[in-house]
Design a protein around this ligand. Structure first.
Ligand code: GLA
Length: 406
């Protein structure tokens, strides 16, 4: 996204902030100084490869993208938080003394959950007013929730001068999502949003959150996300089921092989995988197989990225999709259709479902010059088959959540 476009978003937000929270209140009008405003740009994320590996303490290659949530705000010297979302055309207000889960307005819980984490960890936070906007579609599987969480975290860190290192920020935001919002996700989303780097991807090991940046200059290519618009209804329940199956498999396997060092599925090597095949139930074996082979695909992808071999990387994306489809069973008819049809088009290197699955989006790496023909073909076919047009989001890799100064 161009700098000038970002500036337009922030300029509009600042006017809105004045309009919503300051205008007409003499005390606030007198105290208001533009230089006290904090502007935060918080990206969405893509996962290149390594799906359902984060909660299995495995590997993935992910990063932030140039689609953002924008936050502008200031300290209002009260003990409450006021929020207006331009994107949702909705507002909310709550006291910092009494942060409780809101059953009727789901989006506010991401903000509340993050603030609660900071307060519980002893950080001093006062009241503030913010306005939020976005060009990051909600529900498309590119982590608008993690983007909002890390954005709000960065906002309060800047506003109240909190000394928190980035890994802690990620942990607070992840804990907010797990414990306050009630979604049992792993670390991938918040990590990519916080740590993204332009023209790079993050090779991340979830065992200890160690990471490396790998340069990935897309050059003549683009990342194309295709949102099937299929609602991820089952996402929460089926996601938790997969997590449970993985835990069950770890228990069972560590007993069978009498190895206490197997603490997660990522402790199982590719070589020893097939020895388990007739020792554990068939479905459980397929779950294990996905995780073990997916970790291996991440390792191979890292090699291909370092060599700049985009063709091989693309092939691995297809393999990942098949594993998610047949072994992990998190795909849907619509996602499979997108992958199958896109695989037939020239200029598409690789495609796979991205995120939890059960609806949402696929990620693909495509030739920039072919983007119009790819979107035309897929739009036509998908519309004809499912009576709905998918959304196409092309993007580049971006820096992580940050404060923007003018
Ligand atoms: C969702 C979760 C992530 C991760 C993916 C699957 O996006 O939020 O933590 O588990 O699913 O890779």
């Amino acid at each position: 996204m161009e700098k000038s476009e970002t500036n337009i978003f922030f300029k509009r937000l600042q006017d809105l902030l004045f309009e919503k929270f300051i205008k007409g209140n003499k005390e606030r009008e007198n105290a208001f100084k533009k230089e006290n405003l904090i502007n935060i740009l918080s990206p969405g994320r893509v996962n290149i490869i390594g799906e359902h590996t984060d909660y299995n303490l495995g590997l993935s290659i992910n990063t932030a993208i140039n689609k953002y949530i924008f936050i502008a705000g200031y300290e209002n010297k009260t003990d409450y938080v006021e929020v207006f979302s331009r994107y949702l055309n909705d507002s909310n207000k709550f006291s910092l003394e009494d942060i409780t889960f809101d059953k009727t307005t789901s989006w506010i819980n991401y903000i509340k959950g993050v603030l609660k984490e900071y307060i519980q960890h002893g950080h001093k936070i006062g009241g503030f007013s913010i306005v939020v906007d976005s060009n990051l579609p909600i529900g498309a599987g590119i982590s608008s929730s993690a983007s909002l969480e890390v954005g709000v975290a960065e906002f309060v860190e800047e506003l109240f001068n909190l000394k928190v290192n980035k890994k802690e920020t990620v942990k607070y935001c992840n804990s907010a999502e797990n414990n306050f919002v009630g979604v049992n996700c792993g670390f991938m989303d918040q990590f990519s949003v916080a740590y993204g780097k332009e023209n790079n991807v993050i090779y991340l090991n979830f065992k200890d959150l160690s990471y490396e940046y790998i340069p990935f200059d897309l050059e003549d290519n683009l990342i194309l996300i295709v949102d099937s618009k299929e609602e991820r209804n089952l996402a929460n329940t089926e996601y938790n089921k997969r997590r449970q199956e993985c835990n069950d498999a770890v228990q069972l396997i560590s007993k069978i092989v009498k190895n206490k060092n197997i603490k997660s599925l990522s402790d199982i090597s590719l070589d020893s995988l097939y020895e388990l095949e007739d020792k554990i139930p068939e479905k459980l074996f397929r779950r294990v197989k996905h995780v073990v082979t997916e970790n291996n695909r991440v390792l191979l992808s890292k090699e291909y990225l370092l060599k700049g071999d985009i063709e091989k990387l693309g092939k691995i994306l297809f393999e990942s999709h098949n594993s998610l489809r047949y072994d992990y069973e998190v795909s849907t008819e619509k996602l499979d259709y997108l992958v199958d049809e896109m695989s037939k088009i020239k200029g598409v290197y690789g495609v796979r479902l991205m995120g939890a699955g059960f609806g949402g989006s696929v990620i693909s790496i495509v030739k920039k010059s072919k983007i119009d023909s790819i979107t035309d073909i897929i739009d036509g076919k998908f519309l004809k088959k499912f009576n709905v047009s998918p959304d196409f989001i092309d993007c580049l890799f971006s820096d992580g959540t940050r404060r923007v100064k003018f």
